[in-house]
Design a protein. Structure first.
Length: 143
């Protein structure tokens, strides 16, 4: 089986320039808030992962299938439809379910949280969810 190169990998593209180029003003402002929140929670400087993901930290994974790679431990993307926040492992506990219930207007995927605008959610609860995801990722994939 031929190995394919991963498209989502860390780059030297400027995070500040990427955020400044987000076309929608509200999405751009929300992205700046989420970026600062992630830096505070993770203690990491952001990097661009692929063309649209702002990521923090990294981990090396290997699946049972043999596929392996490196990805950011946490991050987000200010997409046109919604802010997409990557929350790994937060869907597996009662505590997380309680936090999601307190968060405000959002949609969830398996590892993603979609928010139309930050004004719709409680930022303190969002910070707790991001912190919980960070702890889970660090426990599952220690350095």
């Amino acid at each position: 089986m031929a190995k394919t190169e991963l498209k989502t990998k860390a780059s030297e593209v400027s995070v500040a320039e990427f955020i400044a180029a987000v076309p929608d003003e509200r999405r751009r402002e929300d992205a700046a808030v989420i970026e600062a929140l992630h830096r505070r929670v993770t203690g990491c400087q952001p990097k661009m992962w692929g063309p649209t993901i702002i990521g923090y930290g990294s981990y090396r994974y290997k699946y049972d299938s043999g596929r392996e790679g490196t990805m950011c431990r946490g991050g987000f993307s200010p997409r046109k439809a919604a802010l997409t926040i990557y929350l790994m492992g937060t869907h597996m506990s009662n505590e997380a379910e309680e936090l999601f219930g307190l968060l405000g207007k959002h949609i969830r995927g398996k590892g993603c949280l979609y928010i139309k605008k930050l004004a719709d959610v409680d930022l303190a609860v969002l910070e707790q969810l991001i912190a919980r995801s960070w702890v889970i990722m660090n426990a599952k994939w220690p350095d």
